[in-house]
Design a protein around this ligand. Structure first.
Ligand SMILES: Cc1cc2nc3c(=O)[nH]c(=O)nc-3n(C[C@H](O)[C@H](O)[C@H](O)COP(=O)(O)O)c2cc1C
Length: 289
């Protein structure tokens, strides 16, 4: 009798926990979906700049951005060594030793949490088996994981990473990385940071369609070789080919007018270099519209 009562209580209690957990997860997913897909008013995103966009940098811009993208961080020894070489020739990088990387990125994320927006981490790696536990850990703290398919530094491209991942011949590498990430069952949506005009835009769209099942959003740099303005046509084309994804449009946004134009085709508009010069007053005005 006592045993049956105990069993009944245990089953009821466990059921309550399961239902409670399911409701909690559903609510979390809805919140994230609503914030990402239907942002209420903030539409501007902080784009990543290696060696610059860490937790301390974010806190200079409290309340300004819908999403704060941190990094790019290296999550395996291949990319860590690349960054050391890049820094040796004078470019800033985040040199976070792999044995303490979770704590260091976690610190950046927690500082950025004070800013009020979502947090995204821009990451580079080739060897998933070396960094899967790092990803699993960071997944507990970040809102978005953004895979860097954008970097054009020769140290990174020479190991087939960064913008090289956009090419047809490296599509199998991208697929392997993304498949591996999917198998980790991360809660965070996966975004790809991509660069236009590395290859033909239609080819880029085809290559991305091949891995379409493995990502939730695209952060598109409308890089326009030898021009100081964005390739809006490519952004428009990519965005209309991935209507089910969250799209962040990026490149040469310096004022309200640039942002408004970008937002005709994208859910969000992101800024990088304009932050270095402190050109942010227009964003404050934009948020209060
Ligand atoms: C110093 C610097 C470092 C950057 N580092 C990264 C990076 O680590 N990962 C990445 O995806 N993009 C990186 N970017 C690219 C920016 O996120 C952005 O795509 C580019 O600067 C174009 O946007 P903007 O015209 O607003 O500057 C970097 C840009 C700069 C200027």
């Amino acid at each position: 009798m006592i045993f049956n009562l105990f069993l009944l209580l245990t089953i009821t209690f466990n059921w309550q926990i399961v239902v409670f957990k399911l409701l909690e997860v559903k609510q979390m997913m809805e919140n994230l979906e609503n914030t990402i897909k239907n942002p209420k008013n903030k539409k501007i995103v902080m784009a990543p700049m290696a060696g610059i966009t860490d937790g301390k940098f974010s806190t200079k811009f409290k309340g300004l951005f819908a999403i704060y993208t941190l990094g790019g961080y290296n999550l395996d020894s291949i990319t860590y060594n690349c960054s050391i070489s890049i820094e040796k020739r004078g470019r800033k990088e985040f040199i976070y030793p792999l044995h303490s990387i979770v704590d260091l990125i976690k610190k950046d994320i927690l500082l950025t949490r004070e800013c009020g927006g979502l947090v995204s981490i821009n990451v580079r790696f080739k060897n998933l088996s070396e960094c899967k536990n790092i990803l699993r850990e960071l997944d507990n703290y970040t809102d978005i994981i953004e895979l860097n398919c954008h970097c054009r530094q020769k140290e990174i491209t020479s190991v087939g990473l960064g913008q090289e991942l956009l090419k047809k011949e490296n599509n199998h590498i991208l697929k392997k990385i993304l498949e591996g990430m999917k198998n980790l069952n991360l809660k965070s949506p996966v975004f790809l940071k991509i660069r236009c005009n590395v290859i033909d835009t239609d080819d880029l769209i085809d290559n991305l369609k091949n891995v379409d099942n493995y990502f939730d959003g695209l952060h598109i740099d409308g890089f326009n070789p030898n021009k100081d303005y964005c390739d809006l046509e490519s952004i428009k084309k990519i965005s209309s080919s991935f209507k089910d994804k969250v799209i962040i449009g990026n490149n040469s946004i310096r004022c309200e007018k640039d942002a408004k134009t970008m937002l005709k085709y994208c859910d969000y508009a992101s800024v990088a270099r304009c932050l270095l010069g402190g050109n942010v007053d227009w964003i404050k005005g934009f948020n209060s519209c």
